[in-house]
Structure formats: C-alpha cells, structure tokens
Design a protein around this ligand. Sequence first.
Ligand code: CP
Ligand code: NVA
Length: 303
Amino acid sequence: MKHLLTLEQLSKEEILEILNLADQLKFQRKNNIEHHLLKGKTLGMIFQKSSTRTRVSFEVGMYELGGEALFLSSRDLQIGRGEPVEDTARVLSRYLDGIMIRTYKQSEVEALAKYGSVPIINALTDYCHPCQVLADLMTIREFKGAFEGLKATFIGDGNNMANSIIVGCLKLGMKVSIASPKGYEICDHIKEFTKQYPGMFEMTTDPMIAAKDADVIFTDVWASMGEESEADVRRKAFEGIYQVNDKLMAVANKDCMIQHCLPAHRGEEITAEVFEAHAEEIFEEAENRLHAQKAVMVMLMKD
Ligand code: CP
Ligand code: NVA
C-alpha cells in the first residue's frame, strides 16, 4: 500500500491488516504503552472543507505517534489562489513525510499522488471517505465480533459515505443494501463495482426493504459539504421517508447497531431518540477514527 486514495484500491487482506494494527494501537493507548512509531515524521493536512473529527484525530494521532502534523487551510495556501495541485504536490513532498487532503474532486487527490513523492491520504472527497469507513469497520468488528454473515444497510443520499460503505462492507464479506430516493442514487462506478459480488448487494428506493434484518444501519446527512445550496430541494426528496427512526429499526435485527459518521442532523436523517439510544456505538465510531488513521499513517509512513 503506497497511498490511501479509495477503498477499492485496497485488498481485503490490507483492510484487515489496518484494522488489526488499529486494534493494537487502541490497546496501547488505553494502557499507556508508548508507541512512537513515527518519531520525527511530519504530516501535512490540506483542508478545503470544514472538519472536526478528521482534523483533530489526525493531529492528535500524529502527536501520539511521536511526529508532527501541520494544519494547512486552503484559504491560506497558494492552492486557494489557483496554484496547481501538481506543483503543490512536488513542493510539499520535499518538506513532508505524508500528506492528508480533504477536498471536492477525487481527481485532485489522484493528482497529488501522481505528482508527489510521499504517501497521500484521502480524508474525504465528494466521491469517497475511506478513513471514515475504516473506523466504521473497526467499530463493527468490536461490537459484532466478525463481518461474514452480517447485513449492512445505508439509508439516504448515494454520496461519498455510501460509496465507501458499499466497497468496504462488500470486501469484508457483508451483505449490503442501500435505499436512496430517485435521482440521488450511487454513481455508475460503484454500481459497476458491486457486480463483483453477486447476490450480496441490493439497491432500492424503499428504506423498509433495505433495513429488513439489518445488523448495522448507516445513515448520513441529506446535503453534504458543498451541496448547501441544494438543501431545500434535497429536503423535499428525503423528508419523511429516508430517516432512521423507530419504525425502521423495528424491521431490523433486534441487536442492530447504528453508525453515523457525524455531524448528525437530528430530526432529518435520524431521530433524536434513535441517535441517543445508539450513542455508544456512534461515539465509539468517532473515537475509532483516531486509531484507524494512526494505523494507516504507520503503514504508509513508517521507515
Ligand atoms: N466524520 C467526519 O469526517 O467528521 P468531520 O467532518 O468533523 O471531520
Ligand atoms: N457526506 C458528508 C460526510 C461528512 C463527514 C459530507 O461530505 O459532508
């Protein structure tokens, strides 16, 4: 593994290797066992969108690994004034040991990897959110013990989260069902990917069908970062149907868990009641961003 650009590019074995290392790093942190595996290394973190979890977990993660992290807002970088990503990649590669980027276009992340000479980590694009789904998979294994035989359901927009959830869960042997409104389905590229897993993937417009016998239900906001101007139109398409609520949970398995990448909009994609009833899993998921990303950084940046 040279970069983390998408989950499609990782094998099942590589994903499991990340999750195993993440579990080990979580154990070491909880037991105050020093784990300065990236002593003297520096990570640059380019942000073209807002962040709470990603920024803090990468920064703290790097610190705990004995290295440093630099927060690089696109408002301050010359990239924000039009300097090409190809040049930024070649310059930053001469100072840094790794680059994490959160941006809009997946092609920008791919360009960084092509022109740079250090490992690149995708910390969310409009297309995917691999770091989040590694943390989600880690959380599912913590709560359920294994992946094979489980059914994962995604309710909502066919967005970056849906894409990475589908890829990650199918690769690890889970069945996946997704319910999205017409016009907000996953892209053709991911539809094509699912064909490698016959009988394991289902797409519907009916959340009740998707949630039937689910072991894990995922949801995400109706309007993602960069889609703020579409919020009203999207609300009309999703409202009253694409929500994780008690009625939906009633058709899932009794011990069904919930994963939400956060931030959550209570009363929209999930009710406040269901969110609070599953807060334990959701906030463990948020914590696991730290451990999973530390594992990714160690695998990519350790000498
Ligand atoms: N889930 C997630 O990526 O959160 P932030 O946008 O706060 O980083
Ligand atoms: N789909 C959301 C995920 C946020 C972590 C967004 O892109 O805004």
